[in-house]
Design a protein around this ligand. Structure first.
Ligand SMILES: [Zn+2]
Length: 305
């Protein structure tokens, strides 16, 4: 099994200020590590295409999407929330980030590879139906999920989110959409302080304390996620792949390691092989320590292979 890696140079052109952790160099670190590891020889790399407004409207309020287009700056920068800014390259970067997810869904549904990973930024899982938040402008994984449900008439899509922050935007968008089974682990209490009290049969949240290590995290996945995913029988597995829960990432206080990311990729691949012709699409979310980010993405992609 090979993996198609989607990205686009425009994702580097979302130029934040020098103090912002969600910076272009994150993608360079991943690309460097893909080359250094030799993984380059085992994957197929493709440039993505930008999402259209119509594709974004499936997950977002059209008025919100139109407002983002209208306020995108020609020079300087604007703040969408206290953490999220737009510079002249940001709109196109966000369109390519969401578009890569759509390309990846098309790839696994009708292309040669049944696994895909999107090396994109800005991330997406905090963006709600009508709000930018937490470094996120458009909710990339939600746009991909709705594309799969609309263009391929899928009725059961799993979304796995192991970023150390709760994917509040993804949860909000699919709160009443039971075609999605959302499994999410996150440090709690912690930003954005959501998800611990959600009561929905199709949303399995795993709030876990600071200090959570790979053993307790894997146990949670085995006890609560995998049985539910088996029962759900997804037609497609999507992954909000955030690596800020790595022990070396000081954005948060989980102690996950590369092996844990490889392990979850293997478990999800087995699930997908059994239920949906091996179809897995993962999209980069967080991960701010460049060394561990690059190594973790490589470990995760190896798990997909
Ligand atoms: Zn995060």
């Amino acid at each position: 099994m090979s993996v198609t890696v989607f990205s686009h140079p425009q994702c580097m052109q979302h130029q934040v200020n020098e103090f912002h952790p969600e910076e272009p160099a994150r993608l360079s670190a991943i690309n460097d590590q893909i080359i250094r590891s030799g993984l380059e020889l085992a994957i197929t790399q493709k440039d993505g295409t930008p999402a259209t407004k119509a594709q974004l409207y499936r997950a977002h309020d059209p008025a919100y999407v139109d407002a983002i287009f209208a306020k995108a700056p020609q020079e300087g920068h604007i703040w969408l929330d206290p953490d999220t800014l737009m510079t002249p390259g940001s709109l196109d970067a966000a369109l390519y980030a969401a578009g890569c997810g759509i390309n990846a869904v098309d790839e696994v549904m009708q292309g040669d590879n049944q696994r895909a990973f999107c090396v994109v930024r800005p991330p997406g899982h905090h963006a709600t139906y009508d709000t930018a938040m937490g470094f996120c402008i458009f909710n990339n994984i939600a746009v991909a999920a709705r594309h799969a449900m609309q263009d391929y008439a899928l009725e059961r899509v799993a979304i796995i989110d192991f970023d150390v922050h709760h994917g509040n935007g993804t949860e909000a968008i699919f709160l009443d959409d039971e075609r999605v089974l959302l499994c999410s682990s996150f440090q709690h209490p912690f930003y954005p302080d959501t998800g611990a009290d959600t009561q929905r049969p199709h949303i399995i949240n795993s709030p876990m304390p600071a200090g959570t290590d790979g053993n307790s995290w894997r146990a949670e996945v085995e006890q609560h996620w995998l049985p539910a995913l088996e029962k759900f029988k997804p037609q497609l597995v999507l992954v909000s792949a955030g690596f800020d829960g790595h022990a070396e990432d000081d954005m948060a206080n989980f102690h996950l390691r590369e092996d844990d990311y490889r392990w979850i990729a293997q478990r999800l691949s087995e699930l997908a092989d059994k239920h949906c012709h091996g179809r897995v699409v993962a999209m980069l979310e967080g991960g701010y320590d460049h060394s561990s980010l690059g190594r973790s993405v490589v470990a995760f992609i190896k798990g997909l292979i």
